[in-house]
Write a protein that binds this ligand. Structure first.
Ligand code: BG6
Length: 301
């Protein structure tokens, strides 16, 4: 167990990175540099805030988010790993895996020459994580904070056999109003419609949202962008090592049941998740590493 002062002694960067505790004990890395500001919760290595300088926040965090040890924080960039969605066979195991609800260790911070800040985290394994995933597959997350936000998730297979995972960077983007956004870049691709029994459908034109949406777009590797008429900006999402794109908004009724989306929170967020889900599984050979990489940037109209 690293104490807060030991963490600051070793990894704080004067004027750029500090580590602070939330009242209930969760620790946040607070980052500020000439390009942007960000906050990352050490539980889950979860980015909970990122805004380029003089820009409206890009990453949405629910006003009703609960910062509780062992509970996923609603908003930000939860890391879903080593499975996406429900566990394939064991209902005792949590949806979207355990990476988002356990502590990660900081293993590096660096002020880069161009003014950006790098933070590297490694998932801390324990008896409960090994019970759910008895494979030696260290997971690291490299986060680079600048006027773009880059996140790279690295899964190493240190075992003697192939390992298969699903995963996602489950990013909640802040938008002006859900009725005034469209998501481009998924046209003419196939998706599994989870609000219609998982049926396979074809996307016609950009995605617009006027009710609950929960879709896994398959074999989608191109850049996606969220056009936001209200905030008058476009959020560009580039990725590598990701064959699936998940689009999710729970809409009113489901949001009310969830209890941590906040008052009308569903109108201010949309999840566009880069990952490998459903049939887009990732198989990692012994000794190999798989990288899932995303980059987000804002273009102003
Ligand atoms: C999405 C899934 O990625 O995450 C949805 O496709 C799910 O089915 C949503 O409801 C939120 O999941 P959770 O576990 O964070 O409430």
């Amino acid at each position: 167990m690293t104490t807060l002062s030991a963490l600051n002694d070793r990894y704080a960067i004067a004027g750029q990175v500090t580590f602070e505790a939330e009242p209930n004990g969760l620790v946040l890395a607070k980052v500020r540099n000439p390009h942007a500001s960000a906050q990352i919760c050490l539980q889950g290595a979860q980015v909970i805030q990122w805004a380029p300088l003089n820009e409206h926040p890009v990453i949405w965090l629910s006003k009703a988010a609960k910062f509780m040890p062992g509970k996923s924080v609603r908003g930000g960039v939860p890391v879903c790993w080593p499975w996406f969605g429900p566990h394939a066979s064991d209902t005792r195991f949590p949806a979207h895996g355990y990476a988002r609800t356990v502590e990660w260790d900081v293993i590096e911070t660096a002020a880069l020459a161009d003014g950006r800040t790098l933070l590297v985290f490694r998932l801390r394994e324990s008896a409960p994580t090994r019970e759910q995933w008895p494979h030696d597959t260290p997971l690291e997350c490299r986060i680079t904070v600048g006027d773009t936000l880059e996140i790279e998730l690295s899964t190493k297979n240190n075992t003697d056999s192939t390992v298969t995972i699903t995963e996602a960077l489950h990013t909640y983007f802040e938008i002006g109003d859900i009725g005034k956004v469209s998501i481009a870049g998924l046209e003419d691709t196939e998706y599994l419609d989870k609000v219609d029994g998982g049926q396979r459908k074809l996307q016609h034109g950009p995605v617009t949202i006027a009710g609950e949406v929960d879709r896994v777009y398959l074999d989608t590797r191109a850049e996606v962008f969220i056009e936001d008429l209200e905030l008058q900006r476009k959020i560009h999402i580039s990725k590598r090592g990701s064959d699936s794109t998940v689009v999710w908004n729970p809409w009113q009724a489901k949001a009310d049941k969830m209890g941590d989306l906040g008052e009308a929170g569903f109108r201010r967020m949309v999840c566009v998740e880069s990952g490998n889900a459903a049939e887009n599984t990732v198989t990692i050979a012994p000794g190999e590493e798989h990288l899932l990489w995303v980059s987000y940037r804002v273009e102003r109209d």
